[in-house]
Ligand binder design. Sequence first.
Ligand SMILES: [Zn+2]
Length: 175
Amino acid sequence: MTDLSFDCATCGERHGEPPLSYHAEAPDYWTPEAAADPRSALTSEQCVIAGTDFFVRGLIEIPVLGSQEVFSWGVWVSLSPANFERTDQRWTEPGRETDPPCFGWLSTRLACYPVDTLNLKTNVHTRPVGERPFVEIEPTGHPLAVEQRAGITRDRVREIAERLLHPGVPAPSAP
Ligand SMILES: [Zn+2]
């Protein structure tokens, strides 16, 4: 095995192999007020806020260049009431992965991008029962969309770790 531990540019310490996935436990809209609403509900895979806003958890997957590995952002997307209802009805049905993708608004703010990721447009692709859906970012010039199309380097994976292993550290200023 290659040693992927690295000297951290943020704290100067040596860290182990940088993580290949990060997960948001709830949509960014899950505030204390939302949680207190009796019409709200949050599980590990689905979320409803105030009985009117509907979310599912999915994965923005990004190939790591020069490897067989895939980097994942575990995020939330909001679905229309009709699409959420269909997704929920088909939750445990074999073959659900043949359903067409549906539209979703990205509902997770990823700190590692110089441009806000909240409310990016996505296509949500259902996968076999038990697997989180694949979240495809609309192919724009947004840096997250570009990374999903082009892949990211190991250096970028390390840079993300340097940032996210130290959440209190402010973002490096954009060039
Ligand atoms: Zn560090």
